[in-house]
Every structure is written in structure tokens, then in C-alpha cells.
Design a protein around this ligand. Structure first.
Ligand code: ADP
Ligand code: MG
Length: 488
């Protein structure tokens, strides 16, 4: 254990207004581990990090670093070993100094003047050019400042990074990059981290183990998957639900898949090791011209399942998806199966590719989640070369939801293939998204034919037996899988 926290307490305020921010918190952190700490605003997360870092003193309790209790008066080296990174990265730098000067100041004070920071290496480590270090914080973006804040922390070779909401002020794609950066650093250097966030989706993606805090105490602790899929506490359930309370439907889909990344990836990885993937390959190969490498777009690639199958056949595959955490898993899976595929974060309805970039577009279980499937068909038509083919595998999932609603018994998540082990809340969010989407108001694949015609496709057709052949007993009776294909 690199860090052990024992019964840490902290009260703010005077006799008139006492506010017990932390009430006897205990936990430990392993070397190289990134431990997630979630909880609503005011639950005591920042207070905890401040006590650990030494910015504030506890009223009671003990902090052991590498087995040794830290004394009330911290040494310079104690400060060096644990580095705090804050939400407001811009404000964490001196406004009138360059980033490089700020970093030198940190190493001067904690390592001594003799040791100069390697600014080249530090900027490389956080993926920015060294020239940017000569700027002042006001002339950098929030994401760039946050990367340099990480660089500054690394400049003193810490053992533990204390991260307080470090992605909360960033947009989704910047968030994902910072998370990837942080996990890479911890993996490569063996640095440990306490990663605090109010956003369970973010924490569950990055961390294997999570502490849930409420009113200054830890109410639940466990493996990330267990916390999300089998929360013991009602409070944790509420945190999961609050993740799902997003108005914008696109963001809602993204949140849903972000939180489901781990379990979904497990299902797909299983399939890749199962003969089910041979059956999928056979279906794909039967419809894709063989014998030469084609440019294939896997639209809504998820964790890269089709991308891997088609990459194995020698095609040049690009996988796109809205959800950064899914793409992360896709890259790992492609690496695992030694497939050279490219994965990019994009909306399948509106991509950045030039027209006529692909020979084949494959998509599975995506159209039902789209706010505007007509727009997607137009975009897929634009991206295909003349004669190119679209293979769209999907199902009338809304039928499932409606039938189960009629029966007034919610389908037990574990009974639904693809929902194995997910919570009732997530299952209901899935149903909510399904019913909110235009696809649920149409009968498919007939409707797909109308959309394909409007988009300009020259011929199309459907195969409604594909689920029986590929998924067999796993195919959902109320919403069997179909293939809708269309040729440009
Ligand atoms: P979180 O980071 O989870 O939002 P905090 O640790 O910031 O929670 O706050 C925990 C509790 O302590 C809150 O009730 C907050 O109002 C209180 N608190 C935090 N800092 C101070 C302070 N400097 N003075 C008084 N109360 C504080
Ligand atoms: Mg806080």
C-alpha cells in the first residue's frame, strides 16, 4: 500500500456553526492504482484531498505514506511525493508567468535549484509542444493548461497524484484525452492516483476501484463494475440515475454507452473468442466483395467488433463512434487481435470524411439510437463510392420495450442478451432512449427502405433471418435482428 488513510476527520467553522466535512474516513491506495472517489457536491471529496496533500490539517486521524505515518509538520519531500491537480487549471498557474517559469519554480522549491526540469520530456509526456510552455496560462486553452498542470506535478517525480475534478471544466473530447493521458502515466511510471469526480461515468471509465462518498463518510466501496451494476446503497443508485438525467438526447446516448463500456466490452470480447464471430464473419463476407482490400467504415463501432472481424479479412477499416471510452476499448481490442484499424470519435450522422471515401459501410445496433436516421442515410450515401454497399444490422427494439411494458413486468436485465449484468436503472434508460428515438415510431426494415430511397440509393433489400443464423437462441423474440442493405 502506498497510502493508508485511517479515520480522518475534519470540521470547519467555529462553535456557532460547525460543519463536519469529513467524519472518520479510512481507505488505502495500492501502488500504481487509480482509485476513484465519487459523491455529490459537498460530500467531502475536496476536503479529503486537501488533508491528504497537506494543504489542510485533519482534526483527527492518520495518513501513512509507504507504511510510515506522516507527521503533523510535513517536510518538503512529503509535499513532493503527493501532488495535487485542480479543476481550474488556468487559475492554478501564476497569470503573469510562463508555464515554463511556473514549472521551474515548482522544481526549485521542491527539488532544489540544482535539479532542472526536463521541459522537453515533460511536454512530450503530456502531448504538447515545448513552445507552448513559453506562453502564459491565459494564452492557452483549458485542456492545454490541464495537461501542463499534470506536467508540473510530474516535474517533481511524485508517487501519488491527487486529482480534484480535473476534467469537469473540459468538453467531452478533451475529458477523454486527459483521462487517457492520466491512465497512461500511471501505467508507465507506476504513479498512483486518487481521482475525484462528481461524475460517476467518468470515474467508472478510468478506475477499477471506486469509493462513494456522502456527507463526509464513505458509504460504499468496491470494484467499478460492481458499483455500477450491483450498487448496494440507494445513494449510489441515485448517483447512477443522475448520470442518466441528461436532457440532450445525443449526450444521453453518449452517457449511456460511457457507463456501459466495461460490461459491453466484456460481451463483445467473449464473442470474439466464440464461434459466434465466425458466423458474423460469414454473414459479412457473403455480402462484401472478396479478394481485395476495401475501404470499410464501421459506423458506430462500439468496442470495435466489426472493425476487428473485417480487419482480419485484410480490409482497411475505420471505426467511428460517439463515445470516447468505447473507442478506447476498440483500440485495445484491435491491438489484441493484431488488426490495423483506425478509430475516431465522430457522429455517424455527420462525419468529417470526404465524399466517396468508402467501398463498404457496416453498422450494427446504431440506427435505433439516432436522433435523425434520415440524416444518417444521406451521410452514408455521400460517403460511399458508386456501387458501394451499406450493411445495416439492427432490430425493432421498441417492440421489446412496448411488449414488456404491456405485460407490466420489466424484463429482467440478465435475461436479455447484451444486457447481461446491467442494472434496472440502465435497462430503463435503455428503454427510455429507445422510445425517445424516431426509429421506435416506424416499422423497420420497411422504413429503412424509404430512407434509403430518399437518400438516393439505387437498390436495397432486407434479410430478417440473420438473427436466427448468427445469434441463434440469443436473438430477441420480440425484436429479431435484421439486415437492411443498400447499394449506391
Ligand atoms: P466536495 O468536494 O465533495 O464538493 P468539499 O470537501 O468541498 O466537498 O466540502 C465538504 C463540506 O465542507 C461542505 O459542506 C462544504 O461546505 C464544507 N467546507 C469545505 N471547505 C470549507 C471551508 N474552507 N470552510 C467551511 N466549510 C467548508
Ligand atoms: Mg470539490
Amino acid at each position: 500500500m502506498i497510502l493508508e488513510i485511517k479515520n480522518l476527520s475534519k470540521t470547519y467553522g467555529d462553535k456557532q456553526a460547525v460543519n463536519q466535512a469529513l467524519k472518520g474516513v479510512s481507505f488505502s491506495l495500492k501502488k500504481g492504482e487509480i482509485l476513484g472517489i465519487v459523491g455529490e457536491s459537498g460530500s467531502g471529496k475536496t476536503t479529503l484531498l486537501k488533508l491528504v496533500s497537506g494543504l489542510e490539517k485533519p482534526d483527527a486521524g492518520e495518513i501513512l505514506l509507504d507504511g510510515k505515518p506522516l507527521s503533523a509538520k510535513r517536510t518538503k519531500d512529503d509535499y513532493r511525493r503527493m501532488q495535487m491537480i485542480f479543476q481550474d487549471a488556468v487559475a492554478s498557474f501564476h497569470p503573469r508567468r510562463t508555464i515554463a517559469d511556473s514549472i521551474r519554480e515548482t522544481t526549485n522549491s521542491l527539488l532544489g535549484r540544482a535539479e532542472k526540469p526536463d521541459l522537453n520530456e515533460l511536454s512530450e509526456r503530456v502531448g504538447l509542444s515545448k513552445e507552448l510552455m513559453e506562453r502564459r496560462p491565459g494564452n492557452l486553452s483549458g485542456g492545454q493548461c490541464q495537461r501542463f498542470a499534470i506536467a508540473r506535478a510530474l516535474s517533481v517525480h511524485p508517487e501519488i497524484l491527487l486529482c480534484d475534478e480535473i476534467t469537469s471544466a473540459l468538453d467531452v473530447s478533451n475529458q477523454a484525452q486527459i483521462l487517457r493521458l492520466l491512465s497512461g502515466i500511471c501505467r508507465d511510471t507506476g504513479t498512483s492516483a486518487l481521482f475525484v469526480s462528481h461524475d460517476l461515468a467518468v470515474v467508472s471509465n478510468l478506475c477499477d476501484r471506486i469509493l462513494v462518498m456522502k456527507d463526509g463518510v464513505i458509504v460504499e466501496e468496491g470494484d467499478a463494475r460492481q458499483i455500477i451494476h450491483e450498487p448496494k446503497e440507494a445513494y449510489t443508485q441515485k448517483l447512477i440515475e443522475s448520470v442518466m438525467e441528461v436532457k440532450d438526447v445525443r449526450e444521453r446516448v453518449q452517457k449511456y454507452w460511457t457507463i456501459r463500456t466495461k460490461d459491453f466490452n466484456a460481451i463483445r470480447l467473449n464473442e470474439l473468442h466464440d464461434e459466434i464471430s465466425d458466423r458474423w464473419s460469414a454473414e459479412l463476407n457473403a455480402r462484401i466483395p472478396c479478394g481485395k482490400a476495401l475501404d470499410v467504415l464501421d459506423a458506430g463501432t462500439g468496442t470495435g467488433y466489426f472493425a476487428v472481424l473485417l480487419g482480419r479479412e485484410g480490409h482497411r477499416v475505420t471505426g467511428i463512434d460517439l463515445t470516447a471510452s468505447m473507442l478506447e476499448e476498440a483500440r485495445k481490442t484491435a491491438e489484441l487481435f493484431k488488426v490495423d484499424a483506425c478509430f475516431l470519435q465522430m457522429d455517424v450522422q455527420e462525419t468529417d470524411f470526404a465524399e466517396e471515401s468508402f467501398d463498404v459501410i457496416v453498422t450494427r445496433n446504431v440506427t435505433w439510437t439516432l436522433p435523425d436516421p434520415g440524416k444518417a442515410y444521406n451521410e452514408w450515401y455521400r460517403l460511399l463510392r458508386p456501387g458501394g454497399i451499406l450493411l445495416n444490422f439492427d432490430a425493432n427494439y421498441a417492440d421489446n420495450v412496448r411488449n414488456h411494458n404491456q405485460k407490466e413486468s420489466w424484463v429482467k436485465p440478465k435475461d436479455v442478451y447484451g444486457h447481461i449484468g446491467i442494472t434496472k436503472e440502465l435497462s430503463e434508460e435503455n428503454a427510455g432512449i429507445t422510445l425517445a428515438m424516431p426509429a421506435s415510431r416506424h416499422h423497420r426494415p420497411q422504413w429503412d427502405g424509404i430512407l434509403a430511397k430518399e437518400a438516393g440509393f439505387s437498390e436495397w433489400g432486407a434479410d430478417e433471418e440473420v438473427g436466427k443464423r448468427v445469434l441463434r437462441e440469443h436473438d430477441l423474440s420480440d425484436a429479431p435482428l435484421f439486415l437492411f442493405w443498400a447499394r449506391k
